[in-house]
Design a protein around this ligand. Structure first.
Ligand code: NAD
Length: 495
């Protein structure tokens, strides 16, 4: 349990209990309650937005130079490092994820703040070629107040991915965690509060506002003081949010769902591909937007490859996230586990063969947790609903392919376009297929590797805009052009 009261939100620079509806967060490994968190109200969102707008305009913040703003990010990174074990344990308790994974996510969150601080210090504005008696400059300015809305699967990493560039851009942020997993965002918020206090910066530069998405998230999106929303979550929520943003003519970044193909060509290094395919879909228990959940295998290799894969998947260690030996931890919530189970039942009704898994694990140790066995399905066509819809759980659908055109057609036959994996020794084939696949990220002979220095985002229903990379900060700024007259002569009309 966190050492600070979990039932306090950060509203207008003040930690206090939200006046909205209480909800209980549950440890998905045990079904036991972890903490009660009172959500905020719509009125408190307005209060936070007003304070955030004032904080963003406060000269103590607005007048900082980039290298001075970078100090805040560096300090937050240090505080994350100092509290790393606490954050990792909290995220494991709240999301169920394995402790190895949450430790890595916390380290990546600190790295995100450090990288963004470095990017901020070294970002350049430009003098553009003059086309008259003037000097032209292109500069970047803060938007003001940014709304950041996140899902439940990797709160510490997704919070850092939004907070770091939004603060670097000179903004104030209203952060809305997911209903099922508010604890990590609240703990991270404490660290940001502390860093703001130490550096003498306005406390309201960050608000952490738990509550129902359709009420509190919606109030953030519609608030007139909010000038940009950055959202990670499901595609239908993203679409709703984009409609609301369109009414305000407000920019949005959307990181949405996926149904990513992972492709094994006939010449692949089979050992490497087996390990990569399993990691790509079953790590995080499949609760990952980039999960490689559709497996395409060259027909001549298909039976051997899928047969061996199934043998190995049966041996994956399913257990609580607190056990470092666990490979497949419980799902985030019992309701979500039931939704995954319903998809596997749907697959059965669509004629799938369940090659392994397809049920909850047996035994006392699993009785109260939101567990589901890693599952491999085949015997379906790519049109089946389980091949087209995001399950967001430990479920892989395997499909054979005959040639490159057939593969590319079916891999691209999806509303999503987030990621793709290609396993082959043939670099020319990897190049051709990698360029033909509609996806924001393509991994070749690796999968689910992430780097803050490399832009990330989706195409089609997987999203809009890119996060990360040196230009990640620019998504939280407005570009302004300055023309400086260099001639003393009057403009022509003066004559
Ligand atoms: P979700 O869309 O239900 O919720 C995401 C967030 O939006 C939550 O904080 C929720 O409270 C809020 N929300 C809900 N309705 C809202 C509304 N009307 N207005 C404003 N905010 C609202 O998603 P989820 O179930 O929490 O997360 C799973 C989804 O997230 C999956 O589809 C997954 O693919 C996606 N995801 C995408 C990425 C990516 O980077 N592309 C990463 C992780 C998760």
């Amino acid at each position: 349990m966190p050492p600070t009261p979990p039932d306090e939100a950060l509203i207008a620079g003040e930690w206090r209990r939200g006046a909205g509806t209480a909800s209980v967060t549950v440890d998905p490994a045990t079904g036991q309650p972890l903490a009660t968190v009172h959500g905020v109200t719509v009125e408190e969102v307005a209060e936070a937005a007003e304070a955030a707008a004032r904080a963003a305009a406060d000269p103590r913040w607005r007048e900082l130079l980039p290298h001075q703003r970078a100090r805040l990010l560096t300090r937050i990174a240090e505080l994350i490092d100092d509290g790393a074990e606490h954050l990792a344990a909290l995220q494991t308790a709240d999301t169920g994820k394995s402790i190895n994974e949450t430790r890595a996510l916390v380290a990546s969150a600190a790295g995100t703040f450090r990288y963004t601080a470095a990017a901020l210090e070294t970002a350049e504005e430009s003098i553009t070629p003059a086309r008259g008696a003037y000097l032209t400059m292109s500069v970047y300015e803060p938007i003001g107040v940014v709304g950041a809305i996140n899902p439940w699967n990797s709160p510490v990493a997704s919070d850092a991915q939004k907070l770091a560039p939004a603060l670097a851009g000179g903004n104030a942020v209203l952060l809305k965690p997911a209903e099922w997993t508010p604890l990590v965002s609240l703990a991270l918020g404490r660290m940001v509060s502390r860093a703001l206090d130490e550096l003498g910066l306005p406390a309201a530069l960050l608000a952490v506002l738990p509550g129902r998405g359709s009420v509190i998230g919606d109030a953030i999106v519609r608030d007139p003081r909010v000038g940009k929303v950055t959202f990670t979550g499901g595609t239908s929520t993203g679409r709703t949010l984009a409609h609301a943003a369109a009414d305000k003519l407000m920019p949005v970044s959307l990181e949405l769902g996926g149904k990513s193909p992972t492709v094994v060509l006939a010449d692949a290094d089979v050992e490497q591909a087996l390990a990569g395919v399993m990691f790509g879909v079953f790590s995080s228990s499949g609760q990952s937007c980039i999960a490689g959940s559709r497996l395409f295998v060259a027909r001549e290799l298909y039976d051997d490859f899928v047969g061996e894969l199934v043998e190995r998947v049966r041996k994956l260690r399913v257990g609580p996230g607190t056990d470092p030996a666990t490979q497949v931890a419980p799902l985030v919530h019992h309701k979500h586990r039931d939704s995954v189970a319903a998809y596997v039942d749907l697959a059965r009704s669509e004629g799938a063969r369940v090659r392994c898994g397809g049920t909850v694990p047996e035994g006392e140790a699993y009785a109260d947790g939101a567990y589901y066995l890693p599952t491999v399905l085949d015997g379906l066509s790519n049109d089946a609903r389980v091949c087209q819809e995001e399950i967001f759980g430990p479920v892989l659908v395997a499909l054979p392919f005959d040639d490159e055109d057939d593969l590319v057609d079916r891999a691209n036959d999806s509303v999503y376009g987030l990621a793709c994996g290609i396993w082959t020794r043939d670099h020319r084939a990897a190049w051709r297929i990698g360029r033909r696949i509609d996806a924001g990220t393509v991994w070749i002979n690796t999968y689910k590797q992430f780097s803050i220095s490399t832009p990330f985002g989706g195409t089609k229903d997987s999203g809009l805009g890119r996060e990360k990379g040196r230009d990640g900060i620019r998504a939280y700024q407005r570009q302004k052009s300055l023309y400086w007259g260099t001639s003393a002569a009057p403009l022509p009309w003066a004559n």
